[in-house]
Design a protein around this ligand. Structure first.
Ligand code: UD1
Ligand code: UDP
Length: 362
């Protein structure tokens, strides 16, 4: 069986890393296509280096464009590679434009697609991710749902049960595989002069938040209020999109918020694991906070990770400064008794074994 893995952005590299490791361990015939959707060192190469991942066989160097142009350029180039490489199966993970392009190129060539992290829905079609994951779930041949809830969503949309496999999310594998290594190899708290449990970790990058001045301003005002009350610094890892928009809107980072360039995965894991609470609009970080038992306040009105709300690790706060402040008050002393709903850390092995079995049956 020849597998082709398509990746393109920071979260895909991190969440695919356990799959890549599983392929290496089993000496499978696989190759990787990197679309180059993310390309800055801190959003891309740092993860290959730190997580000791092999380089992609093909780097398409697509870079940043409008949605249509970016997806179209990827589609054209991926198709050419698939024609040459003729894989039996293409694996994609998540909901980015790279995932959409990888899936479209493959299905049109009648190459089987496995969608990892399938069945997530925010029911907010304004989000490019919701558009992408909905299309991909209905085109893919094998759907690797992280939870029973995700499976239920797919069944509700008419996806045949035989295509769905509940495997857990590979983010748990990534956290378990890297947390101990982080303890031994990096010290971001020392680097930033932070005290354990005495700071908040923050990220924001969703276009529906940061591309709108009022919402971005609202979040920054919320951070200011939090610092005024709790007197603990907020460490804000600034995504390149957010950096660009803060500049365009001429906004100021408030007192008490330490803005930093994106950091490596080991450093970010350590930052998350030692923080008092996490504020984010990221998908992966809502999951990681739940796995690491750090309370989370999500800077959105909805989430495609409702398992975190049910578990009690996360609440939705939107971008209104008063509501963000109140939400932190509610969560800051949360009892960390919840169970991680995203699996046991063996999702990648499970997914690869399912792919092997399916192949044997064909
Ligand atoms: C993309 C994904 C989003 C995912 C996020 C992870 C889509 C539609 N969006 O959003 O689902 O959560 O990645 O971080 O696929 N930029 C750089 N360097 C880079 C990459 C981007 O400077 O390496 C800047 C550029 O100004 C670019 C902007 O960030 O225009 C946005 O990048 P893009 O890949 O279009 O979307 P993300 O917001 O990163
Ligand atoms: N992350 C990182 N360094 C940072 C910020 C985030 O390594 O400075 C990791 C984080 O641990 C998580 C992933 O990036 O695994 C989340 O990516 P992002 O928020 O960009 O995308 P999303 O999950 O929302 O698609």
């Amino acid at each position: 069986m020849k597998i082709c893995i398509v990746i393109g952005t920071r979260p895909e590299i991190i969440k695919m890393s356990p799959i890549i490791r599983a392929c290496e361990k089993k000496h499978l015939d696989y190759l990787m296509i990197h679309t180059g959707q993310h390309y800055s060192y801190a959003m891309d190469k740092v993860f290959f280096k730190e997580l000791n991942l092999p380089n992609a066989k093909y780097n398409l160097d697509i870079g940043s464009h409008s949605h249509g142009e970016q997806t179209g350029l990827m589609l054209e180039k991926i198709e050419k590679i698939l024609f040459k490489e003729k894989p039996d199966l293409v694996l994609v993970l998540g909901d980015t434009n790279s995932v959409l392009a990888g899936t479209l190129a493959s299905t049109k060539m009648h190459i089987k697609v496995g969608h990892i992290e399938s069945g997530l829905r925010s029911y907010d079609r304004y989000m490019p991710e919701e558009q992408n994951r909905t299309v991909v779930d209905h085109l893919a041949d094998y759907l690797f749902a992280p939870t029973e809830n995700a499976k239920k969503i797919l069944l509700g949309e008419g996806v045949p049960e035989g295509k769905i496999f509940v495997t857990g999310n590979t983010i748990v594998d990534a956290v378990f595989q890297n947390l101990e290594i982080a303890k031994k190899t990096v010290d971001i708290l020392k680097k930033l002069n932070l005290e354990k449990q005495h700071y908040f970790t923050v990220t924001a990058h969703r276009p529906e938040n940061v591309d709108r001045k009022e919402k971005l301003k609202g979040m920054l005002e919320g951070f200011e209020k939090i610092y005024a009350e709790f007197k603990m610094p907020l460490v804000f890892s600034i995504h390149p999109r957010t950096k660009k928009m803060i500049g365009e809107f001429n906004l100021k980072i408030p007192e008490g918020t330490i803005s930093i360039e994106p950091v490596s995965y080991l450093e970010f894991l350590q930052l998350e694991a030692n923080s008092r609470l996490i504020l984010t609009d990221s998908g992966g970080i809502q999951e990681e906070s739940c796995i690491l038992k750090i309370p989370c306040v999500t800077l959105r009105e909805n989430t495609e990770r409702p398992e975190t709300l049910t578990a009690g690790s996360n609440i939705l706060a939107g971008t209104d400064p008063g509501r963000i402040f109140e939400s932190v008050g509610k969560m800051v002393n949360a009892k960390k008794e919840w169970k991680n709903p995203f699996g046991d850390g063996n999702a990648a092995t499970r997914i690869i074994e399912i792919c092997e079995k399916i192949q044997q049956l064909q």
